[in-house]
Design a binder for this molecule. Structure first.
Ligand code: ADP
Ligand code: MG
Ligand code: MG
Length: 878
């Protein structure tokens, strides 16, 4: 039996997405549900694979089945392809498995030629309409199939408009479009050395090929890369009877969401254009009108649309993004899909849908992508800032941004790479601008609506965006924009508020966000479901407070070296390092002790009642000393200068000697972590004393503290054994001195392979394990993190040698195996051994999933990632 490669709409259904693509499957589903969908058929993604396998030719099997489907469509509609008496006109639409809005190509009005256009004109009694359709077809076919640049067509239209003195497309008459068509055909003859194809069968065949090929166009590839969509899926092609929104004032076309995609509010939200075809809305050529005007102008249509919109939402149990067209007072639905939304809207819609009884709590938890949550933590304009608002546009994607104006995507990328914050300002954006949007803090356009390209893409990326800000006059050539008399040039600072649409001159301070009630609700559901605890990495009271506010259940990693780096302490730290004798060192450490103690008091207070894991000093000491080259330059200068003070010179020379002595070829594998603690025990003693004194001070004030002292970089049980003795010794001494005790635990980081491999022995001495997966990844792969990322890792991921950057997503097969082994072996020695992870991976959703499966007790991540981790940990259970 032959393979079925073509499905009529009524033969498919929503669960056939892999075969029919998202658009095709939903068209099929809506057809079955009896909604007013123009008839048509879908050519499957399998046919697409066959097409690429056959060197980009359509197989006979595909062609035959397409021909059959066309015959069926003809008998369904009573029209015939190429029949001037009653021509069948179709759209040829791309439709991938995962929606890639605007990334691939679509051709409308196919089937028109010099004869059928006359037929259409007579049949409808509307020559202007017929020629408008034909010129659109030539334009799209010319661009997509024949590769003639889009702007050349626009140029011809512009030329005609100037000749007859009109501005809008709608003001062009039948004769004008005829003139345009003549010039279009001449353009195509000149550019392709061939006539515009007149045979509709050939038109159809070539259009299908072009849509298949558009799977591999540059912008589609980039989009797939950003959204991690596999390259081998291919696209389906939908061939569908045309309906016409450009038949006059009783016709139109629009796009609407069943809920507000920006805020999540329950209201139909969208835009439409009277007397227009679909691409006019999406392309942002004319700025469309809000859907509320449809309600006034065509109340019956609006009511029908509202009821279908509700029906679709109930059916799919999710917010829908619906494309529709009205042809002479009759409504047609052309597409429905789950609507893209901001994180804020995603959370609100998920929570509201639970309240409305549409979905369950678990479903709601799965509806929100943890990665999106960082958007919720969007910054806002400082409400106290004085704003010089110069213009207002559509609030297309919330959040505020401030930066230098740039006028094209390449400049945006270049400046952002140099570390500048930029706002991309364009008349409108196209899929070619994606890299610029990615690089920019925010996007501002003068044309296009809430569903224009810029709006959709920015919302997806969680960037601030204002669209359709028509007061702006943008001059791309001069690289400047003006509002009234005010002229702003490239590089000038502006701020935009994507929640209000305000454009502001100058730089505006931004402030941190507050969390919505729905956000808190969703996370509290997540907390009920998850078994993995979530802690934060924080080194100071401020971060600790933030972490707690965001739901952290303790600190998983408090790095003490950051406290040493503080400008006022560096001289004392250096004094301690440069000390020639034990006494000298003790003197410097005595100065550091009260400072360290205060650090810990602040953190313990912020985390009152919750565990705090404090890691003793980890980096090599030379990190606290000046850079050797800089020192050499300085020294040479001093030696040449007669006025240099002798003792100062001697001090500098001593410093240089020390820097030289501490220099290491491989600091990452050098004198650091517990190796420091073993060779300079007095440093660790001071830190431990500071921890206990701080704890005692808090206990005195009635605050519960739970210090967990963590020894870094252990590779052999004896290292930990000695360090543990050191901690216990200090504890006893303090008890003797003060008569008070603090309860504490001592554990270790597992961050070199040997520690994981000998976890059974190490657990004898450890109360807890914390997998330091940054170092564990370095040491397992043998990659130096600081060098690998810039040098080869990028290429490794690009060429798929590694599936992911292992410093971002935990490598489950290598590093992950060591973690599993460590947990398993450690718990053989101590069944209740507490285990956690404190690398960057603790805030990454796939790594969190892994940690859940590996049976860890907690993950620890930066404070702002805590909500993400709470949700991801819940999703790992569901
Ligand atoms: P995209 O995936 O880029 O949204 P579509 O295939 O949805 O591309 O087509 C773009 C627009 O073309 C649609 O929004 C719709 O307005 C218009 N269109 C597509 N097919 C038809 C049709 N059969 N009749 C009328 N308009 C159509
Ligand atoms: Mg569409
Ligand atoms: Mg480490």
């Amino acid at each position: 039996m032959s393979n079925k490669l073509v499905y009529l709409f009524h033969e498919g259904s929503a669960d056939m997405k892999n075969l029919l693509g998202g658009k095709g499957a939903n068209l099929a589903e809506m057809t079955r549900a009896g909604l007013p969908v123009p008839p048509g058929f879908t050519i499957t993604t399998e046919a697409c694979s066959a097409f690429f396998a056959a060197n980009e030719t359509l197989t006979d099997e595909t062609l035959n089945q397409v021909r059959d489907a066309v015959r069926q469509l003809e008998s369904q509609t009573g029209k015939r392809l190429g029949d001037p008496g009653n021509p069948l006109l179709v759209s040829v639409r791309s439709g991938a498995v995962f929606s890639m809005p605007g990334m691939m190509d679509t051709i409308l009005n196919l089937g028109l030629n010099d004869e059928t256009v006359e037929g259409l004109s007579q049949l409808t009694g509307n020559p202007r309409f017929a020629y408008d359709c034909y010129r659109r077809f030539i334009q799209m076919f010319g661009d997509v199939v024949l590769g003639v640049d889009h702007y050349r067509f626009e140029h011809i239209i512009q030329q005609r408009k100037e000749e007859i003195g009109v501005k809008q497309d709608t003001e062009m008459g039948a004769e004008d479009w005829k003139w345009v068509i003549g010039h279009f055909q001449a353009l195509i003859r000149e550019k392709t050395k061939a006539e515009f194809p007149q045979d509709p069968e050939e038109q159809l065949k070539r259009a299908i090929i072009a849509v298949f090929q558009s799977w591999n166009n540059q912008r589609a590839k980039i989009y797939r890369k950003i959204h991690k969509i596999p390259d081998n899926l291919g696209t389906a092609v939908n061939v569908q009877l045309m309906v016409f929104g450009n038949m006059g004032e009783d016709s139109g076309t629009g796009v609407a969401f069943t809920r507000n995609p920006s805020t999540g509010d329950k209201e139909i939200y969208g835009e439409f254009l009277i007397n227009a075809q679909g691409e006019d809305v999406v392309a942002g050529v004319r700025t469309p009108r809000p859907i509320s005007e449809l309600r006034e102008q065509m109340p019956a249509i609006y009511e029908q649309f509202a009821s279908i919109s509700n029906q679709l939402e109930q059916h799919y149990k999710d917010m829908q993004d619906i494309e529709f067209t009205v042809e002479r007072g009759k409504l047609y639905i052309l597409q429905t899909r789950a609507g893209k939304r901001t994180a804020g809207a995603a959370v609100k819609i998920a929570v509201n849908m639970v309240e409305e009884g549409i979905i369950t709590r678990d479903e709601a938890l799965m509806r929100v992508d943890p990665d999106q949550l960082s958007q919720m933590l969007h910054r806002r304009l400082d409400p106290h800032a004085k704003l010089n608002v110069i213009a207002k546009g559509l609030p297309a994607s919330p959040g505020a941004a401030t930066g230098h104006i740039v006028f094209n995507a390449d400049d945006a990328e270049k400046l952002a790479n140099e570390g500048a914050r930029v706002i991309l300002v364009r008349p409108e954006t196209t899929p070619e601008d994606i890299h610029g949007i990615l690089a920019a803090q925010g996007v501002l356009t003068s044309r296009g609506g809430m569903t224009s390209h810029a709006a959709v893409v920015a919302r997806g990326m969680g960037k601030a965006c204002i669209c359709g800000c028509e007061q702006l006059k943008i001059d791309l050539r001069k690289k400047e924009m003006s509002v009234g008399d005010l002229i702003l040039k490239e590089g000038d600072m502006i701020a935009i508020d994507g929640s209000t649409g305000q454009v502001i001159q100058g730089e505006v301070p931004l402030i941190d966000p507050e969390l919505s009630p729905e956000f808190k609700q969703l996370l509290s559901w997540a907390d009920e479901v998850r078994t993995l605890q979530v802690r934060a990495n924080a080194d100071n009271p401020e971060d600790s407070n933030k972490a707690r506010e965001l739901g952290a259940e303790g600190i998983g990693l408090c790095r003490t070296e950051h406290m040493f780096m503080e400008a006022s302490r560096i001289p004392i730290v250096q004094q301690m390092i440069l000390a020639e004798t034990r006494e000298e060192r003790a003197e410097a450490l005595a100065k550091l002790l009260p400072m360290q103690k205060e650090d810990f008091v602040g953190i313990f207070k912020a985390m009152a009642g919750l565990p705090v894991t404090i890691r003793l000093l980890d980096p090599p000491l030379h990190e606290f000393l000046p850079n050797m080259e800089a020192l050499l330059v300085e020294l040479t200068r001093m030696q040449m200068d007669e006025k240099t003070d002798r003792t100062e010179l001697i001090q500098k020379e001593a410093l240089l000697r020390k820097v030289r002595a501490l220099h290491e070829f491989n600091p990452m594998l050098g004198h650091r972590g517990c190796r420091l603690g073993l060779t300079y025990p007095e440093i660790y003693e001071m830190q431990v004393e500071a921890i206990f004194l701080a704890a005692l001070e808090c206990i005195e004030e009635g605050i519960r503290v739970e210090p967990e002292i963590m020894i870094p970089l252990v590779g052999h049980v004896n290292e930990l054994k000695q360090m543990r003795e050191l901690v216990d010794r200090v504890a006893q001494e303090i008890e003797r001195r003060t008569g008070k005790t603090v309860s504490y635990t001592v554990g270790t980081m597992i961050e070199v392979p040997r520690a994981a491999l000998t976890a059974r022995e190490i657990a004898e001495e450890a109360d807890f394990f914390s997998f330091g997966t940054n170092d564990l990844t370095q040491t397992t792969f043998g990659y130096s993190r600081d060098d690998a990322e810039g040098k080869f890792l990028h290429a490794y991921v690009e060429h798929k040698i590694l599936p992911d950057n292992p410093f971002i997503t935990l490598d489950p097969n290598g590093v992950g195996q060591l973690i599993r082994l460590g947990v398993e072996q450690g718990r053989m020695t101590k069944p209740g051994l507490k285990t956690g992870i404190c690398g960057e991976h603790g805030g990454e959703k796939r790594s969190i999933q892994f940690c859940h499966e590996a049976g860890l007790n907690y993950v620890s991540c930066s404070p702002f990632r805590v909500p993400l981790a709470r949700l991801a940990a819940a999703q790992a259970v569901i």
